[in-house]
Design a protein around this ligand. Structure first.
Ligand code: CO
Length: 136
Protein backbone atom coordinates (compact mmCIF):
# COMPACT_ATOMS: atom_id res chain seq x y z
CA UNK A 1 0.00 0.00 0.00
CA UNK A 2 1.23 3.51 -0.79
CA UNK A 3 1.43 5.38 2.51
CA UNK A 4 3.21 8.74 2.08
CA UNK A 5 5.01 11.19 -0.16
CA UNK A 6 8.52 9.99 0.65
CA UNK A 7 10.44 12.63 -1.28
CA UNK A 8 10.63 14.95 -4.25
CA UNK A 9 13.85 14.64 -6.26
CA UNK A 10 15.56 17.51 -8.04
CA UNK A 11 18.29 16.82 -10.60
CA UNK A 12 21.13 19.30 -10.11
CA UNK A 13 24.20 20.02 -12.26
CA UNK A 14 26.38 21.11 -9.29
CA UNK A 15 25.62 19.05 -6.17
CA UNK A 16 27.82 21.06 -3.78
CA UNK A 17 26.35 24.38 -4.93
CA UNK A 18 22.82 23.05 -4.52
CA UNK A 19 23.57 21.60 -1.06
CA UNK A 20 24.94 24.99 -0.06
CA UNK A 21 21.78 26.72 -1.36
CA UNK A 22 19.49 24.44 0.64
CA UNK A 23 21.58 24.80 3.80
CA UNK A 24 22.68 28.44 3.69
CA UNK A 25 19.92 30.16 1.74
CA UNK A 26 16.90 28.03 2.64
CA UNK A 27 18.17 27.10 6.11
CA UNK A 28 17.25 23.42 5.82
CA UNK A 29 19.46 20.91 7.66
CA UNK A 30 21.33 18.39 5.52
CA UNK A 31 20.45 14.83 6.60
CA UNK A 32 23.30 13.28 4.67
CA UNK A 33 24.75 12.39 1.31
CA UNK A 34 25.01 8.98 -0.30
CA UNK A 35 26.35 7.58 -3.55
CA UNK A 36 23.91 5.01 -4.91
CA UNK A 37 25.98 2.77 -7.18
CA UNK A 38 22.97 0.80 -8.44
CA UNK A 39 21.37 4.02 -9.74
CA UNK A 40 24.62 5.78 -10.75
CA UNK A 41 23.70 8.77 -8.61
CA UNK A 42 25.13 10.94 -5.87
CA UNK A 43 22.34 12.09 -3.58
CA UNK A 44 21.77 14.54 -0.74
CA UNK A 45 18.70 14.43 1.50
CA UNK A 46 17.00 17.28 3.33
CA UNK A 47 14.15 16.34 5.69
CA UNK A 48 11.13 18.55 5.82
CA UNK A 49 8.04 17.92 7.90
CA UNK A 50 6.66 14.54 6.83
CA UNK A 51 8.74 14.27 3.66
CA UNK A 52 12.11 15.17 2.21
CA UNK A 53 13.88 16.69 -0.76
CA UNK A 54 16.43 14.56 -2.58
CA UNK A 55 19.06 16.27 -4.71
CA UNK A 56 20.33 13.88 -7.40
CA UNK A 57 23.49 14.23 -9.43
CA UNK A 58 25.19 11.76 -11.80
CA UNK A 59 27.80 9.50 -10.19
CA UNK A 60 31.01 9.83 -12.23
CA UNK A 61 29.13 11.77 -14.90
CA UNK A 62 27.16 8.69 -15.99
CA UNK A 63 23.67 7.24 -15.92
CA UNK A 64 20.13 8.51 -16.45
CA UNK A 65 20.62 11.74 -14.45
CA UNK A 66 23.55 12.71 -16.71
CA UNK A 67 21.27 12.33 -19.73
CA UNK A 68 18.50 14.29 -18.01
CA UNK A 69 20.89 17.17 -17.19
CA UNK A 70 22.22 17.19 -20.74
CA UNK A 71 18.68 17.62 -22.04
CA UNK A 72 17.15 19.88 -19.40
CA UNK A 73 19.99 21.39 -17.35
CA UNK A 74 18.20 20.51 -14.07
CA UNK A 75 14.68 20.34 -12.71
CA UNK A 76 12.18 18.26 -10.78
CA UNK A 77 13.16 14.72 -11.74
CA UNK A 78 10.73 12.48 -9.88
CA UNK A 79 8.38 12.19 -6.96
CA UNK A 80 8.53 9.18 -4.67
CA UNK A 81 5.72 7.35 -2.92
CA UNK A 82 6.56 5.32 0.18
CA UNK A 83 5.13 1.82 0.24
CA UNK A 84 4.80 -0.78 3.00
CA UNK A 85 4.55 -3.58 0.40
CA UNK A 86 6.42 -2.69 -2.78
CA UNK A 87 6.04 -6.15 -4.35
CA UNK A 88 2.29 -6.07 -3.78
CA UNK A 89 1.99 -2.55 -5.21
CA UNK A 90 4.04 -3.44 -8.30
CA UNK A 91 1.96 -6.54 -8.92
CA UNK A 92 -1.31 -4.62 -8.51
CA UNK A 93 -0.20 -1.79 -10.82
CA UNK A 94 1.23 -4.16 -13.45
CA UNK A 95 -2.14 -5.93 -13.52
CA UNK A 96 -3.71 -2.53 -14.31
CA UNK A 97 -1.32 -2.04 -17.23
CA UNK A 98 1.31 0.26 -15.66
CA UNK A 99 4.77 0.02 -17.17
CA UNK A 100 7.92 0.13 -15.04
CA UNK A 101 11.52 1.06 -15.85
CA UNK A 102 12.78 -2.27 -14.45
CA UNK A 103 11.26 -5.71 -13.98
CA UNK A 104 11.72 -5.75 -10.22
CA UNK A 105 12.67 -3.35 -7.38
CA UNK A 106 16.39 -2.51 -7.01
CA UNK A 107 18.45 -1.22 -4.13
CA UNK A 108 18.06 2.53 -3.55
CA UNK A 109 19.36 5.12 -1.09
CA UNK A 110 19.31 4.17 2.63
CA UNK A 111 19.21 0.50 1.61
CA UNK A 112 15.57 0.87 0.56
CA UNK A 113 13.98 -1.07 -2.31
CA UNK A 114 12.91 1.12 -5.22
CA UNK A 115 11.25 0.89 -8.61
CA UNK A 116 10.17 3.56 -11.09
CA UNK A 117 6.87 3.70 -12.97
CA UNK A 118 7.35 4.73 -16.60
CA UNK A 119 6.37 8.41 -17.07
CA UNK A 120 4.10 7.49 -19.97
CA UNK A 121 1.93 5.56 -17.50
CA UNK A 122 1.55 8.70 -15.30
CA UNK A 123 0.92 11.80 -17.44
CA UNK A 124 4.64 12.36 -18.01
CA UNK A 125 5.62 12.26 -14.32
CA UNK A 126 8.36 9.87 -13.24
CA UNK A 127 7.15 8.21 -10.03
CA UNK A 128 9.39 6.16 -7.75
CA UNK A 129 7.95 3.67 -5.28
CA UNK A 130 10.18 3.11 -2.28
CA UNK A 131 10.00 0.65 0.58
CA UNK A 132 12.27 1.67 3.46
CA UNK A 133 14.81 -0.86 4.73
CA UNK A 134 12.99 -1.30 8.05
CA UNK A 135 9.88 -2.51 6.20
CA UNK A 136 11.42 -5.30 4.14
CO1 CO B 1 14.24 9.19 -5.33
Amino acid sequence: MITALDHIAIAVPDLQASIKRFMDDFGIALDGTEDVEAALTSTAFFSMEGTSIELVHPLDGQGPIAKYLEKKGGGIHHICFRSDDIDGDVERLKAKGYQFLSDAPKQGAHNSRVIFIHPKSCDGVLIEINQPAADH
